[in-house]
Design a protein around this ligand. Structure first.
Ligand code: AMP
Length: 217
């Protein structure tokens, strides 16, 4: 009898352990996507709050490293000030370390990550290894002139060096087209591509994005 109880206790503890770990199985994960100035950051903060999503912005993480004066921040700062992408390994590592420390959230909202097809493949693997996937890619559609207008206006408020210089703004848009936009086709083939009109008031765009998120959670 004592042995039976002990065995069932072990099974019970194992089940609880599995259940706690498997809580992340039910997470629904979104990419918020679009060129620089398309409003990803602004919308992500609002969406994360409304839907209890964990907002992971690699741009914010990198700026935090710079602000903290870390070695990594120092190395990345000159790349970022030119509007180039930092190496894939750096951002993949940052995201990997956050995924496992996140609990009790509806899902992840990846903002500014992935930015290359290699980062997308790495993210899919990280999620698949944890029995998750990218559920939807929400792509904010904004034309070139509107992007430049927004970034120039944002420079006043953000104080971001990469928003101040028009040639850096153009380079960031070019880098997006060359290295980041190919992810759209990759996600389209997987049936998770969802374009969203990114022009209008912040509230209008928020309502459009919310509609697609609600459908999945
Ligand atoms: P963001 O705040 O997303 O506009 O990012 C600002 C800058 O950080 C970018 O122009 C890149 O230099 C760097 N960065 C942010 N996220 C990534 C990423 N996923 N891959 C490579 N570079 C990134």
């Amino acid at each position: 009898m004592a042995l039976t109880i002990a065995a069932s206790d072990v099974i019970c503890v194992q089940y609880i352990h599995w259940y706690v770990k498997s809580n992340i199985f039910s997470m629904v994960n979104f990419l918020i996507f679009g060129p620089p100035g398309s409003g990803k950051g602004t919308q992500s903060v609002k969406l994360a709050e409304k839907f209890n999503l964990s907002h992971l912005s690699t741009g914010d993480m990198l700026r935090a490293e710079i602000a903290a004066g870390t070695e990594l921040g120092k190395r990345m700062s000159s790349i970022m000030s030119k509007g180039e992408l930092v190496p894939d390994e750096v951002v993949i590592e940052m995201i990997a370390s956050r995924i496992d420390s996140t609990r009790d959230r509806t899902g992840f909202l990846f903002d500014g990550f992935p930015r290359t097809v290699a980062q997308t493949v790495a993210l899919e693997k990280m999620l698949n290894d944890r029995k998750m996937k990218i559920d939807s890619m929400l792509v904010l559609d904004v034309d070139h002139d509107e992007l430049v207008k927004r970034l120039v206006a944002r420079a006043e408020l953000s104080g971001r060096p990469d928003d101040k210089d028009p040639s850096v703004i153009e380079n960031r848009i070019d880098v997006y087209k060359e290295k980041t936009e190919p992810i759209i086709n990759y996600c389209r083939e997987r049936g998770i591509y969802q374009p969203v009109n990114g022009v209008g008031s912040i509230d209008d765009i928020f309502r459009r994005l919310s509609k697609y998120i609600k459908k999945l959670i």
